[in-house]
Unconditional design. Structure first.
Length: 193
């Protein structure tokens, strides 16, 4: 015997999360972000992710401090781009020019440079959603780092759209367009221990 399924005559709508909702989340020791109103939980990163993040942060921070260019931060650190876009990039650079966007709790606006280190659970968000959001809000340079495939892509914002500036895999060097003189050797970045 067939039964008729009950179907709502009204389309269901997904909840649109805001920064206020984000602040009200319980402290469950999980890391959350809001991407275009969607609440996304980010699992803890793998060891390779953490090694690469540490190496890249230390190298970038040393360069920025030595040249007195601004500040470098690492996750977890909230970037509030809008009421429905609250992200926590792995690493970010904020120039002296944009330090006024910095509050005691977060960054209220776009940093100059963002680094996202791809994890299996975040790959889609990093490659597509976050890239689009960072572009939309004017992040000047976006680095994607893949620990598993050992590649780096650097995108620069030109006339409101990201253009591939440089790509390297396993060996070689990548160089920031925004931070003149900042280079990363892939062999050193991706070494196992």
């Amino acid at each position: 015997m067939k039964t008729k399924e009950s179907v709502s005559p009204y389309p269901t709508q997904k909840k649109v999360y805001t920064y206020k909702d984000y602040l009200a989340l319980p402290d469950d020791r999980k890391q959350y972000q809001i991407l275009e109103g969607e609440l996304v939980m980010t699992p803890a990163p793998f060891v390779s992710h953490q090694r690469i993040s540490r190496r890249l942060f230390l190298q970038l921070n040393q360069f920025v401090e030595r040249n007195k260019l601004g500040e470098v931060f690492y996750s977890p650190f909230d970037i509030v781009l809008s009421n429905t876009n609250v992200l926590q990039p792995d690493i970010l650079f904020l120039s002296n020019e944009h330090k006024k966007l910095l509050t005691e709790k977060n960054l209220r606006g776009a940093p100059d440079l963002v680094v996202e280190i791809i994890s299996p659970s975040t790959a889609y968000y990093d490659l597509f959603d976050k890239k689009e959001i960072y572009q939309k809000f004017g992040v000047k340079e976006y680095w994607l780092v893949d620990p598993k495939k050992e590649w780096i892509e650097i995108y620069t914002l030109e006339e409101g759209s990201y253009q591939l500036h440089q790509r390297a895999r396993k060996t070689g060097t990548v160089q920031s367009k925004l931070l003149n003189g900042f280079r990363v050797e892939l062999i050193e970045l991706f070494k196992k221990a």
